[in-house]
Design a protein around this ligand. Structure first.
Ligand code: AMP
Length: 170
């Protein structure tokens, strides 16, 4: 299946100059949704993942599906202030300003084998922040996987040392 047939480019969203990769068209198609989940799952074969971290918010479409298939726990990485218990936080730089992600402090343990999932790898700042957070808690990031990698933004360089897989590249 050519997954690109199910991904729409939306120019100037959410801000001028950005070409937004809209995956809702993929999610709406049962066969494309199924095949994409299967392909992401296949990336993780043999990795013995026991936790899947999904990044708010579009990482939440596939991360729980992957967790379920892998027999792993699903951990939501959320924007600050959303999680009710003690959290661990990682700040990261955006083009203008900073952002941050949090996970529940107890959700990752030393020795965990973690898959980090998001929809798009762009500059890599978001995924890198999550990987650093997971590693800082003593767990291993065994893979970062994405539906889409925007290669021209060189996110892969920022994730140097972490194994990366993506379903489609632009
Ligand atoms: P980055 O930290 O630059 O790798 O950005 C990754 C995050 O921003 C992901 O959570 C994506 O959902 C979102 N993102 C960045 N660029 C795009 C894009 N062109 N289309 C859709 N989402 C994007």
């Amino acid at each position: 299946m050519n997954f690109k047939d199910y991904i729409r480019d939306v120019p100037d969203f959410p801000t001028p100059g950005v070409v937004f990769k809209d995956i809702t068209t993929l999610l709406e198609n049962p066969e494309a949704f199924h095949q994409a989940a299967e392909a992401l799952l296949a990336f993780t074969e043999g990795l013995r993942v026991n936790k899947v971290v999904g990044i708010e918010s579009r990482g939440f479409f596939f991360a729980p599906l992957l967790a379920r298939e892998l027999g792993a726990g699903f951990i939501p990485a959320r924007k600050p202030g959303k999680l009710p218990r003690e959290t661990r936080r990682q700040d990261y730089a955006l083009e203008y300003g900073t952002d941050a992600l949090e996970i529940h402090a107890e959700s990752i343990e030393v020795g965990d084998r973690v898959l980090v999932h998001d929809d798009v790898l762009a500059t890599g700042g978001t995924a890198r922040a999550m990987c650093d957070l997971v590693r800082g808690l003593g767990a291993e990031v065994v893979q970062c996987n994405f539906l889409i990698e925007l290669q021209f933004l060189k996110g892969r360089d920022k994730l140097d040392g972490f194994p990366i897989r993506a379903l489609v590249t632009y």
